[in-house]
Design a protein around this ligand. Sequence first.
Ligand SMILES: [Zn+2]
Length: 419
Amino acid sequence: MFGREYRLRCCGCGALFDDDGVRLDCALPHAPALLRTVYPSLRLDPGDERSMARYGRWLPRGRALATTARTAVFPSAYLGRQLGLRRLWIAFNGWWPERGATLATATFKELEAVAVFGRLAPGERRTLVVASAGNTAAAFAAIATENELPVLIVIPLDAWDPLAALVRVGPSVRVVAIEDGTYEDAMALARTFAAREGYIAEGGFRNVARRDGMGTIVLGAVETIGALPDVYVQAVGSGAGALAAHEAALRLISDGRFGTRLPRLVLGQNAPFTPIHDAWTRGAAILEEPDHDAPERLSRIAATVLGNPSPPYAASGGVRDALAASGGSTYAITNDEMAAAMLAFAELEGIDVEPAAGIAIATLARAAREGCVDPDEIVLLNITGGGRARRRPVTQPQAPAHVVRRADLGRTADLVGTI
Ligand SMILES: [Zn+2]
């Protein structure tokens, strides 16, 4: 058992809180603001583990949780040469054990799931409620199954088949699937569940464990490279991964051994659904409300996991602050550019990647072509998912615990009572 030595600090008002393992927001009334962890150690001080647990001193640990989850960081073999970048490093999050990447559900969401379950108090009995459009559900289902921890996962029914092919869903995991449902429907139904006695909201990007779990990608990269990257490239939906990288970089700067400059965040979204890119390029102070065309544009993006209509853009400690502080930039990438980038990566580096990673690769290609990245700068490209083709599919028949119809979501109180 661990004592919690870290605290939570509100990015809005600076208030400090002891962590109970599940706090998502500041207790004081003000405009939206994220919480961040504050650790007693200012030094990157890795343990002996090879997994992400190596960075446990900068993870919000509430209880011991065994894990083998690990990101691989290596210099690009051929992609960098193709793009004219001499110091391109790849952080590969997925299944590629020959290179050292051991995320069994093939995306970086597994780092988040491990950290979120590890943050819970040892005596926590409540069931965590998670909403997901796919990869997050697979990651939480796998880690909860492995550790026999209770979780209720709400997904659109479309997301079930890929999840069931990837994960053997154990008895501690209940999946509620919404027929014809969207990610937003899943989030709304999850909120209803989380309000019930015995359940607790996982919280997505508001959960500090999510961001610190993903932050281990940058910690691993800096340990391997020996310095902070000049540029950090990732595809974003909520932007939580970029915030995680930014927050990890702030910690590494306070360490003092790895550089003093924040990596420039170079972020890609999938056109034509690009709320963060639109707000940033317009210089908007807030994210505009989704317009009536938004669902149609959302339906046209191939990297569906990036389709988050309400990212923490304008919140204190959010994406706008991080882009501004780091001198960052954003790009809108088409489905065709994404597909070409996925093919190119498979040919050049030798492994399949997820569509969102294709967006990141195409983003880097565009930034390099436009001269936004200098050929001698250290660039860290976050491949957020890959190697799925190498996973042996689960063949045993599985079904969601409950399938609900979208038309029935109006009477959620009855619905939730029956589940
Ligand atoms: Zn506050």
